[in-house]
Design a binder for this molecule. Structure first.
Ligand SMILES: Cc1ncc(COP(=O)(O)O)c(C=O)c1O
Length: 388
């Protein structure tokens, strides 16, 4: 049996996979088992931040794998310490808990928010408000936090104490907070899976004000939109003065190895204490070394490039034939098209271009260092498909 057939036979059928078996790549070019070349505008859903087989990333991973690939969190390792320092320096936050995925980073955020409130106010103040169309993960707590009813079917009962309000509706948020018992408000500054929808600045500012005034924690889920993706180190930085109490991130953090991080600000930095949280693999030295190589490269020059490429992408796509609207920030773009998104993806693949979907939109999440010429070649193919 070939790779596709063996996968179908032996792997649980949880993904609507494209019939394409990838073998290797270089930068933003990928190759399948037949040797066909593809331009990659998805980067493994915002993970391969510097593309595939990036020399600096590969060297960091291989060097660390040859030293010590894992040790328990009863000991200290240099890559973990260095990565935490870098994340705090770049964000201004105070400290970090390392895990292995976005869902786990959010689990930690949820636990820390509830503990903050329990430590300070005693039991009963545990409600967490999230947004309709949000996506926070697939574990039971993060699925509960995810404001999409379609994903909740079959899996109840859910965790107590979650409420969902429509994005960009400050009245709805105020009304939900007024019901009492709220310890945190959690949001993606750019909703990714929900259709690449940036939140309005006045909404984020008003939500942050409610949080400040009522000692409610603001949690920013930067799993997809963080790590330079939108042209700022974290997407909340597009909102001047907004300083979340907890930030979760993953995906691009280790450039293609599993790693999550939950960052804490001044109010939350001492909430988690020995024994209250942990992870066998969290902060694994190979992942952390990859993370150091990734995060140390996210500087002002790269962020300016991301902004420039994002504006270029938008300018080429807006008002093009077959395009209804373009939304997003930096290199996180959602396109509403005349054609069905499944057809767009399949026809692009035929022509050697890999793009993603989010709800009914075509989603583009290219590597941040994709060369402009390759990006343009990819857009040429996409525009051709959309215009047909
Ligand atoms: C905003 C956001 N949060 C959390 C997650 C869950 O991350 P993971 O799949 O690494 O658990 C995702 C994944 O798509 C995401 O986009």
């Amino acid at each position: 049996m070939g790779t596709v057939e063996t996968t179908k036979r032996y792997i649980a059928n949880t993904y609507a996979r494209t019939p394409l078996a990838l073998t290797h790549g270089k930068g933003s070019l990928l190759y399948d088992e037949e040797g066909k070349e593809y331009i990659d505008l998805g980067s493994g859903i915002a993970v391969n931040i510097f593309g595939v087989a990036d020399p600096q990333w590969e060297a960091a991973v291989c060097e660390q794998a040859g030293k010590i690939q894992h040790c328990s969190n009863y000991y200290y390792t240099q890559p973990q310490a260095k990565l935490a320092e870098l994340l705090c320096e770049k964000s201004g936050l105070s400290d970090v808990f390392f895990s292995n995925s976005g869902a786990e980073a959010n689990e930690c955020a949820i636990k820390a928010a509830r503990k903050y409130s329990s430590d300070k106010y005693g039991p009963g103040r545990f409600r967490i408000i999230t947004l309709v169309n949000s996506f926070h993960g697939r574990t039971m707590a993060t699925l509960t936090a995810t404001g999409q009813e379609a994903l909740h079917v079959h899996f109840g009962p859910f965790l107590e104490g979650f409420a969902y309000v429509p994005a960009n509706d400050i009245g709805a948020l105020q009304a939900e907070v007024a019901k009492g018992g709220v310890c945190a408000i959690m949001m993606e500054m750019v909703q990714g899976e929900g259709g690449v929808q940036p939140l309005a600045d006045d909404y984020v500012q008003a939500a942050a004000k409610i949080c400040r005034e009522q000692d409610i924690l603001l949690i920013a889920d930067e799993v997809q939109c963080g790590n330079g993706r939108t042209g700022k180190f974290f997407a909340y930085m597009h909102h001047p003065g907004v300083e979340p109490d907890i930030v979760s991130t993953a995906k691009a953090l280790a450039g293609g190895l599993p790693m999550g991080a939950t960052l804490f600000g001044p109010r939350t930095k001492d909430v988690l204490t020995p024994g209250t949280h942990g992870s066998t693999y969290g902060g694994n030295p190979v992942c952390a070394a990859a993370g150091v190589s990734v995060i140390s490269r996210i500087d002002d020059k790269l962020l300016a490039e991301v902004t420039e490429k994002g504006l270029h992408l938008k300018a080429r796509l807006e008002n093009a034939p077959g395009v209804q609207s373009v939304a997003g920030l930096g290199l996180m773009i959602g396109i509403k098209t005349d054609k069905d998104v499944k057809d767009v993806i399949a026809q692009c693949r035929e022509k050697g271009l890999l793009v993603l979907s989010a709800k009914d939109k075509v989603r583009l999440l290219p590597a941040l260092n994709i060369p402009m010429e390759l990006l343009d070649k990819g857009i040429d193919i996409l525009l051709e498909v959309l215009a047909q």
